[in-house]
Design a protein around this ligand. Sequence first.
Ligand code: G6P
Length: 592
Amino acid sequence: MCGIVGYVGKGNAAPFLVEGLKKLEYRGYDSAGIALINDGKFVCKKRKGTVAEISDAADLCSGIGIGHTRWATHGAPSERNAHPHIYGRFAIVHNGILENYALLKEQLESDGETFISETDSEVVAHLLEKFYCGNLLSALREVTEKLVGSYALAVLCLDQPDIIVCARKASPLLVGVKEGACLIASDIPAIAGEGVTAYLLGDGEFALLNAAEAKFYSPQLQPIRKNQLEYDPLISSSDKGGYVHFMKKEMSEIPCSVRNSICDFATKLKFSDFYQVLCQTKYIHIVACGTAYHSGLAVKYAIERLARVPVEVTIASEFRYSNPVICSGTLAIAISQSGETADTLAAAKLFRAKSVPLVAVTNVSYSSLTRIADFVLPTRAGSEIGVAATKSYNAQLTVLYSLAIALENAKGKSGKSLERLKRLPRLATATLEAAETVRSWTSHFVGARCVLFIGRGADYCAAVEGSLKLKEITYLPSEGYPAGELKHGTLALVDERTPVVVLLTNKRLAAKTMNAVHEAAARGAKVFLITSIAEYLENEEVFASVLIPQCSEAFTPLLSVIPLQALAYYTAIACGNDPDKPRNLAKSVTVE
Ligand code: G6P
């Protein structure tokens, strides 16, 4: 949520700021703005909406500036609430949430200060003006001591027009250094480029940037040396590669993401610490949010089936306050594409506090989650920009299925699972081709009263993800439901305006799932079938269908989700929505 950028150097700041913000738009696109210093004054341009609204600001001239793209938390998306916030000699941009801002604002207002915006962030500019006595870093430190919550901050001061100072706590911030300039950004794609050395600012640390160098400081403002950040160029690339939308491009990358994410842990890690932990594991507890939570549901099915180790999956924001019972022999797994989701991080820290070994499954090697985990299992999906997660889900499943196989092996139950897993990239390519059929289904979904996605077992796990995809980008009400549970209440929703998408990949359960098809069709619903069992294609109650390849029962969500992702994508377009930028959402939610 929210992306920030900064530039100080011999070149022109504005084009970098605008381009950098475009690469961070996945973090929010409610408003955008930049502030520069020119002739001893601030020049600021901000607008409600996406970064495209301030594209012409790229023509402004200055060697120093900061920028922001917003996902609104405090105060509506509006120009007034857009960052940068300017007060007196200071301009600031902020990513995070200040939990005590109301109290701080009240105190400042009682001192006679007036505020322009409804944001939590504006207090920072006021506090800087209050504490500044000529030393910018000391003032920033004093201000951050007053803040409760999370922040990545970048500050400009008219008294020192050649430097940017930054601070971070619990929100990511990277510094880039290149010949003649220093850069900052919330994520690598905005600063990555030839000749750029990147550094990660740690929690509580500060940085001071000028055109020649970046200096780093401890929370006590002692100078510190930082190691260069190694980053994957795959993660840092962020162009559409000829596709109209990132979502479609990222779906086309599913086979490659799956291929790259397969890991033979059992052989590779035998006799390692991690393998020993797997041998001793009696229970697994998974925490995650959104799509990553759905990966957890799907892998529970695979782990329990292959390794017979019981798995619990909890939504991270619920886990935190549930006073969880944690048994000895538990292995915790936190799944997060970004590795920055605040709820997931908080749940992961709770496991750490109870000395439970923690595995991070994440797509970002330098993320906060990576840094707190005992073991990191990277997903190799490459950069994912579309807010609706696609290839990262398939990559998470691949890594977690690899883990399930390692557990199967550690529990002395070796089978043919790895060979079966290795077939998935090829099968994913075939599924992508088959999934194009759903393009012709969209007219039956646009304007639907409600859409139901149903299945049993692993099919149910894919159904909930299919439902989330659809509602995220089409705004149609939808539910993912266990097929057998439909008759216990939800069937009341079904009529001729309720398309029912049925997942059917398990022969053992097929006849039972078909009962739900009969129940829905009898109430006038159109049934859309996604199946790997050819004999059901011609069923007279099925309105339309897609045949997908068969794969091992434990792994089916990895394939069956693909037509569901395509259905959401094409329906969003038919609804006139931008699938890459759904309203109200952001890809990375760094507030609890
Ligand atoms: C946000 C995104 C979802 C994502 C969830 C978890 O809500 O909109 O698409 O699944 O965060 O993100 P993570 O980075 O932790 O996987």
